[in-house]
Design a protein around this ligand. Structure first.
Ligand code: GDP
Ligand code: GDP
Length: 455
């Protein structure tokens, strides 16, 4: 019981937004959009009752809970108003803010007027959304809704998204606090996963790192019994090696076990901060290595490429490392930002650079850049190479802001989403890397359209 109370307590800290309105105005469509690709549901809150649903929604860097009261629609037409008024009452009691949704195609209906009468008596902030305004001329359609005396109507299209929904959410969340980072990322041990294809040398590396000459602080049991993370101390700092049991337990036979190993590796990647991708120096960069690299990038994790078995490379000269790096660059240009280290699990040559580089990469993963410098970098990049026009229209970037770390994630506010081509995104990403580094960490760019009002 105690833990449940705790959970409720942490849940209730988030601001609550209720969405109310007549049936069929588009409440569910709107809620689904909130929960959709660009805004993830963090979890389903406990205490879901039959007629209300609670969702946690993330909008840029704000998190809030939505009460969706639209679940029940009485079969009897006459009951509809009663039901809606009950919803409005719940919303006024429980929510911090209320989105009152209306249908721009229907215009203002008598029920809307009744709901407005209830809401005007509430001291909660009300946001009047006029939905189904799918066309450009949004403001014209929404104008008649001023008659509800609930302030400026927000024309939106829950179905198509676009600028209006963003403007509404910006307004609703404007005074919400940005949640503190989920955990103190700077001050906890860095979690390292050693990944790579079979026989690259993962177990040898882990065993060398955990060897008797090094101090194993403790084993940390994970959720399943055979997932064991090891804490290792290097130069007075703790590092966690993720799923060491999975790596150390050598499979006697390769068939059948391979699939399990892959699932396990993917889990280890998800659990880590920085993945060490071990490649075999005698094989070079293989397709399998590239596949694992792309999993790490997709998971948004930091990465170091460790070229292992360096002791087996013959006739090494001062230029050999350079030559090898060039080859990797050619084989996998998408890894240009990833540090490469040359190690040997057998001779233990440069093994400790795993810790040193992991520390540097994690610093990059958790780096925050100043908004003013960021916008200057983007503006300079734009001025230097403006985007191509598409059907006489050119992408405009109004401003950019960092919304998250690990991986560093940025929102670009633009005039039209489709005008930002992948090639231009890559160009911007490269410019940002030149300016800020971000060695070893993927960076994410997302785009947001600004509404017509801004133009
Ligand atoms: P609810 O009863 O308020 O939850 O309404 P729904 O979300 O179920 O939507 C009712 C109908 O309106 C559905 O057929 C939706 O596809 C449609 N609808 C919702 N939003 C929009 C919109 O922005 N534009 C248009 N044209 N139709 C919409
Ligand atoms: P895993 O499947 O990735 O865990 O690879 P293992 O650690 O089992 O290593 C596969 C083989 O490569 C074993 O025979 C190791 O002894 C050998 N090996 C691993 N690391 C090195 C290294 O740095 N140098 C040399 N010469 N052999 C190595």
């Amino acid at each position: 019981i105690f833990s449940e109370i705790l959970k409720e307590k942490t849940m209730s800290k988030k601001p609550i937004v209720a969405i109310i309105g007549r049936p069929n105005v588009g409440k569910s469509t709107f809620v689904n959009r909130l929960a959709g690709a660009r805004h993830s549901i963090v979890d389903d809150a406990p205490g879901v009752t039959r007629d209300r649903k609670y969702f946690d929604v993330q909008w840029l860097d704000k998190v809030f809970t939505v009460i969706d009261t639209g679940g029940i629609v009485p079969s009897d037409e006459e009951d509809i108003p009663v039901n809606i008024f009950a919803q409005a009452k719940i919303a006024c009691e429980e929510a911090d803010k209320i989105i009152f949704m209306t249908d721009g195609k229907d215009g203002v209906t008598p029920i809307d007027e009744d709901i407005a009468n209830i809401l005007r008596r509430s001291d909660k902030p009300i946001y009047l959304a006029v939905n189904k305004i799918d066309s450009i001329d949004r403001n014209a359609y929404a104008a008649e809704f001023y008659s509800l005396s609930l302030g400026e109507p927000y024309p939106i299209s829950a179905l198509h998204g676009s600028g209006g929904v963003g403007d509404l959410l910006d307004a609703v969340t404007a005074d919400f606090e940005t949640p503190a980072e989920e955990e103190d990322v700077e001050n906890r041990p860095i979690r390292i996963a050693i990944v790579g294809k079979p026989n690259a040398g993962k177990s040898s590396i882990v065993n060398a790192l955990l060897g008797k000459d090094r101090c194993i602080v403790s084993d940390v049991s994970g959720t399943t019994r055979d997932t064991i993370d090891s804490v290792v101390r290097y130069e007075k700092e703790d590092f966690i090696l993720v799923d060491t049991a999975g790596i150390r337990k050598k499979a006697k036979v390769d068939w059948g076990v391979e699939k399990f190993a892959v699932t396990r590796a993917i889990k280890a990647i998800r659990d880590c901060d920085v993945a060490i991708l071990v490649i075999d120096a005698t094989d070079g960069m293989t397709d399998q290595d590239k596949k694992i690299a792309s999993i790490v990038i997709e998971a948004g994790k930091g990465m170091i490429v460790a070229i292992n078995k360096w002791d087996l490379v013959e006739n090494k000269q001062s230029s050999t490392i350079n030559k090898f790096e060039k080859e990797i660059e050619q084989d996998a240009p998408f890894l240009h930002y990833v540090p490469k280290i040359f190690i040997s699990a057998v001779t233990k040559q440069r093994l400790v650079s795993i810790y040193k580089e992991a520390k540097k990469v994690w610093e990059q993963c958790t780096k925050r850049v100043s908004t003013s410098v960021l916008n200057k970098v983007i503006a300079d990049a734009y001025a230097m190479v403006p985007p191509d026009t598409v059907k006489n229209k050119r992408l405009k970037i109004y401003y950019t802001t960092q919304v998250k770390v690990a991986p560093p994630s940025f929102a670009l506010f633009v005039n039209k989403e489709d005008l930002l081509k992948d090639s231009y995104k890559r160009y911007i990403e490269n410019r940002m890397r030149e300016a800020f580094g971000f060695f070893g960490t993927p960076i994410r760019l997302s785009v947001r359209e600004k509404g017509d009002k801004e133009k």
